[in-house]
Design a protein around this ligand. Structure first.
Ligand code: TSB
Ligand code: ZN
Length: 630
């Protein structure tokens, strides 16, 4: 019998009779977790026979590709359950997503929480039956006929977009769904399911089309994994900066102002100001010059810089005023370049480091906006370093040494994307080489990401996971040979001749918006003392203690401590709870005894009741703790 040669990822190879299924080969291993395979890189069902020599890579739930299949099959199970409970339901699409899956249905009304419970219970029953999931080929016109007679208008429309004949369907237990696959071998693989939420979703994401009902869910091979995921989800909800931002009066987003344009409320603005002062002082000490430049500029500036050609889709459209055409700036670099150009520079003055808490505006698509983490109007802790080529590596390294480590992403261009990145291979190669050299010299490990570079040069990004485990860029440092060229930047060298400087773009704490989102989630809203908007709240026991409470407040304010007073007529227990809800680090209860003895009864946020402490001693202690920034 004819044989095919199969190689495995561990490098081993074996021969099998042609037509042997992947399932048969998988059965030779003693592993029970193989749910599908990649054959020459293409995901396939275990039931698929091998017809020619191939490289086989087993897929399990532990692999991203395996999860995708697992969740995709669970989406089918969901559709089967909905079809059984709502025989008139029309099915649309049901893909796996980053965390789980969804399926869109048309049942003529929204799903209720009770519906979800019933559907989930039915899914569990169906999974227990452990029905095989089979791939079948259906003639195209048969599929069209079936969809028409079943009133499956969404499926019929989807089929119009697929040229295949025959088209593949997957069938389990009498239920079938048009699908490319692959899928799990049987429904019994799905051990733990949770339907998480439902929402309206337009068919094809088009607001002019039908409103469908989307059900989101997730599934795991064990109950323990599901429980751990749900616990993480709960914790994420508790820490969610959008929720805490509202509850702690830090920021607000209102429709009247606009999407992605958050308002910083007094408490949030206080935290921001502390961060701003801290970063500006630090940067001044490191030799950065802080400047102020306007949020708008002539469109021409961005035509020179290349933003107009490579970054326009992220820019707000220009506006005409008098005989000028202006745009909101999407980046601060061109303004800083004009500051550099405002005077002559000698090789001795370099590097010149120009910094700004620079406002910028990006037309982020509404679907990606998220609280403060991704906005349209933002303020970046930005700096542009203009240096000699021989200074580049050192400057780059000292910027990176100031970063806090999470994980590093080296963001490179995608040479195939000619629109997004300027075309100049020699320039890109040099910049990428310099970046890699510096990373090697720093001894840092990094992951490369093709296509994530800026249009003008490669970046080193510090990626930080948010509460849901998704990564966002906080710090970034970028090497740029391009803008100095575009703007004809110069310095006078030792040889008295003009030379071209190199630029480093650098952001350490990201935009204040994203940093705030990150800090809120990191501390679950309980900021350390130095950042807390209200560091201390004085709680008078009765109205007659209010005057003393005010004196305590004044004394603390005089020492630079942000102190509030609860002047309400509530009882002390209530005042304490209120202060705890607002996560105020210190509560100072004052009554007769405290007033007589110039003391305060201290309760710290952790719940610790420390008893009476002389006001002067407490003030000193707070000042020291604030200065420690811990
Ligand atoms: C560092 N020209 C450079 C600058 O000199 C620049 O703008 N780089 S950037 O495009 O990568 O943006 C800098 C940082 O801003 C990002 O690393 C990210 O942390 C933050 N940022 C970008 N877009 C948004 C957004 N929509 N909302 C909040 N923060 C953002
Ligand atoms: Zn820049």
């Amino acid at each position: 019998m004819e044989q095919v040669a199969v190689t495995f990822t561990d490098g081993s190879a074996r021969r099998y009779p042609r037509g042997t299924t992947l399932a048969a080969i998988a059965a030779e291993t003693d592993r029970r977790d193989i749910l599908a395979a990649r054959v020459d890189g293409v995901p396939r069902d275990l039931a698929a026979p091998l017809e020619r020599d191939a490289a086989v890579e087993w897929l399990t739930f532990g692999d991203p590709g395996g999860k995708e299949i697992y969740w995709h099959s669970t989406a089918h199970l969901l559709a089967q359950a909905v079809r059984e409970l709502f025989p008139d339901a029309k099915l649309a699409i049901g893909p796996p997503i980053e965390d789980g899956f969804y399926y869109d249905f048309d049942i003529g009304r929204p799903f209720t929480p009770e519906d979800l419970e019933a559907i989930e219970a039915r899914m569990r029953e169906l999974a227990k039956r452990n029905e095989p999931i089979e791939r079948i080929a259906v003639r195209r016109n048969e599929a069209i006929r079936a969809f028409q007679s079943g009133g499956e208008k969404y499926k019929a429309e989807l089929l119009e977009g697929i040229p295949d004949d025959p088209v593949s369907f997957y069938r389990q237990d009498g239920f079938q769904d048009m699908c490319r696959g692959p899928h799990l071998p049987s429904t019994g693989w799905i051990k733990a399911v949770k339907l998480l939420s439902t929402s309206g979703a337009y068919w094809r994401g088009d607001e002019h089309r039908e409103m469908l009902q989307r059900i989101y869910g997730i599934s795991f091979p064990t109950r323990e994994e599901l429980d751990a995921y749900l616990a993480r989800l709960e914790e994420a909800k508790r820490r969610d900066h959008r929720k805490l931002g509202r509850e702690l009066h830090l920021f607000a987003s209102v429709e009247e102002v606009g999407q992605g344009l958050p308002l910083w409320l007094p408490r949030g603005a206080t935290v921001r100001r502390v961060l701003e002062r801290y970063i500006i002082d630090l940067e001044e000490g490191l030799g950065y010059y802080h400047v102020h430049t306007p949020d708008l500029a002539n469109t021409q500036l961005y035509k020179i810089s290349g933003h107009w050609d490579h970054y326009r889709e992220n820019m707000y459209p220009p506006m005409k005023v008098d005989n000028e055409e202006l745009v909101l700036r999407p980046m601060n670099c061109p303004h800083h370049i004009m500051i550099y150009k405002n005077q002559q520079h000698s090789y001795r003055d370099l590097p010149v480091r120009i910094a700004e808490l620079g406002n910028m505006y990006r037309y982020e698509r509404s679907g990606v906006l998220s609280g403060l983490a991704r906005v349209r109007g933002m303020t970046l802790n930005d700096a542009h370093i203009f240096c000699r080529p021989d200074q580049l590596t050192d400057e780059f390294m000292s910027v990176v040494r100031g970063f806090r480590e999470y994980w590093y992403r080296v963001s490179l261009r995608d040479p195939a994307d000619r629109a997004k990145f300027v075309q100049n291979d020699a320039m890109w190669d040099l910049a990428e080489q310099k970046l890699r050299e510096a990373m090697t010299a720093l001894g840092l490990r990094f992951v490369e990401a093709k296509g994530e570079a800026s249009f003008y040069g490669p970046k080193l990004d510090v990626q930080v996971p948010n509460v849901m485990g998704k990564d966002e860029t906080i710090s970034t440092v970028q090497i740029d040979f391009y803008l100095p060229e575009r703007f004809g930047l110069e310095y006078i060298g030792e040889d008295s001749q003009p030379h071209r400087p190199v630029m480093i773009h650098r952001g350490v704490i990201s935009t204040l918006e994203r940093m705030m989102a990150f800090l809120i989630e990191l501390y679950a809203g309980a900021f350390p003392l130095w950042l807390a908007p209200e560091q201390v709240r004085v709680l008078p026991i009765a109205d007659r203690h209010l005057a003393y409470a005010r004196r305590v407040q004044e004394a603390l304010r005089g020492a630079g401590v942000r102190a509030g007073v609860d002047a309400s007529s509530e009882r002390t227990g209530h005042k304490i709870r209120e202060a705890q809800l607002m996560k105020v680090p210190y509560m100072l209860v004052v009554g007769n005894r405290e007033e007589e003895q110039e003391t305060v009864a201290v309760r710290s946020r952790g719940g610790g009741d420390e008893g009476a402490v002389p006001l002067a001693a407490l003030t000193d202690r707070l000042v020291t703790e604030i200065a420690s920034r811990r």
